[in-house]
Design a protein around this ligand. Structure first.
Ligand SMILES: Cc1ncc(COP(=O)(O)O)c(C=O)c1O
Length: 402
């Protein structure tokens, strides 16, 4: 077999297992109503939880930012790519996360993936005898960050605080890092952060919290999971992403000033890459104004009403809606093909809902991943709920009849 044949055989293997991923090309801005291949669809699959990606104030700030700073940064932050807009954003983010940290500073990254790689690899440089304790359902970027740190990794069972306590207690490592998603991206449920922080304080460990899906949506002021639980500690290392609820792109790490100084000096995913366009940072300042203000609060309240409406309306047989109270609302179907069939049936009815398969989720737990946004109207969620109920009834009938 030549090299290309080997790759083709690998792709055939994925196809046979129903695991081929495909892309759809969107012609309109991100929002609840999109056009794909000339078809209008109601989209329930983006992470634009507050509906800010196409918000007029945010897009106007982006345009203004290109006028002020041009299209690109031209270099990495440590060469000449660190602009006034990046600096202003980092200051705002440090203030935003500040009540939950000690001597807070923030560092802006081009993506959340890179921020997670950076946080884990840089924390681990402090001590060669470091061990990482990673939650079983963590996002791929945390798993990759732990691997890249080249430190021993122990995976603790999902949300199992006792198991983690035991692992931390028996570890002989002189430095320990516990790392977890706050809102699990494929479950929508929230990690027991107060208990995890208490354990970290007991065992002298860092707690790295990836709040990709909590930033902007959780907490009275949208400050995320730390605000939601009222947590504060010098050992918290907070990662917030800015391409989801904040509607733009990039991410940040907020932590004690010494952690941020370490990241600037040692984090390869920060040092060896071109800084994100400054205009994005400028647009994010507008987005943060919305998140922290009355409009943000109204958007979060509307989202909470949609979540309640979703749970009230579902009548499912054989499928399981997970008990999530966040914008992420998965319906576990189990089999890969049945999940993709359900997503296709919804698509036929004009709804775009993602079908998620292994390895993104554990084997036999393929699921529809519905994401609600403050930009959705109640009537739109009602239509989705009715359609999911109908598709479920139809598929279960044909399965029973088969
Ligand atoms: C939990 C979690 N962390 C990190 C990321 C990566 O963030 P980004 O898309 O900004 O790279 C994602 C998703 O993309 C995520 O779901």
């Amino acid at each position: 077999m030549n090299l290309l044949d080997q790759l083709a055989a690998n792709l055939d293997g994925l196809r046979e297992q129903g695991l081929i991923r495909t892309r759809r090309t969107v012609d309109t801005p991100c929002g609840p109503r999109v056009t794909v291949d000339g078809r209008e669809l109601l989209a329930f699959c983006s992470n634009d939880y507050l509906g800010l990606a196409a918000h007029p104030a945010v897009t106007a700030a982006l345009r203004e930012g290109t006028g002020l700073y041009g299209a690109g940064s031209g270099a990495s932050h440590l060469i000449s790519g660190h602009s006034r807009a990046h600096a202003a954003l980092e200051e705002r983010l440090a203030d935003f996360a500040g009540p939950h940290l000690v001597e807070a500073r923030a560092l802006y990254f081009s993506t959340g993936y890179m921020a997670n790689l950076a946080a884990l690899t840089a924390l681990a440089v402090g001590d060669p005898d470091t061990e990482i304790f990673s939650e079983a359902l963590n996002h791929a970027s945390l798993i990759d960050g732990a691997r890249l740190s080249r430190k021993p990794v122990k995976v603790y069972p999902h949300a199992d605080v006792e198991a983690l306590d035991e692992l931390l207690g028996t570890s002989r490592a002189s430095s320990k890092i516990v790392v977890t998603d706050s809102v699990f991206s494929m479950d929508g449920t929230v990690a027991p952060l107060p208990e995890l922080l208490a354990l970290c304080e007991k065992h002298g460990a860092w707690l790295v919290v990836d709040d990709a899906h909590g930033f902007g949506t959780l907490g009275e002021n949208g400050r995320g999971a730390l605000e939601h639980f009222g947590l504060r500690s010098p050992y918290l290392v907070y990662v917030g992403t800015l391409g989801k609820a904040a509607g733009v792109g990039g991410a940040f790490v907020a932590a004690h000033a010494t952690v941020i100084d370490t990241l600037v000096q040692r984090a390869r995913p920060y040092i060896f890459t071109t800084a994100a366009p400054p205009a994005l940072a400028h647009a994010l300042l507008a987005s943060l104004d919305i998140i922290a203000g009355d409009e943000g609060r109204q958007r979060r309240s509307h989202l909470a009403r949609l979540v309640a409406q979703w749970h009230d309306g579902l009548r499912l047989k054989g499928w399981t809606a997970l008990p999530s109270q966040t914008a992420i609302q998965p319906v576990v179907i189990g089999a890969n093909q049945a999940t993709m069939d359900a997503a296709a049936a919804l698509y036929e009815r004009g709804f775009w809902v993602g079908g998620i398969r292994p390895p993104t989720v554990p084997a036999d737990s393929a699921r529809l991943r519905v994401t609600l946004s403050a930009a959705h109207a109640e009537a739109e969620v009602a239509r989705l709920v009715d359609s999911i109920n109908e598709v479920n009834a139809q598929m279960e009938r044909s399965r029973d009849g088969a």
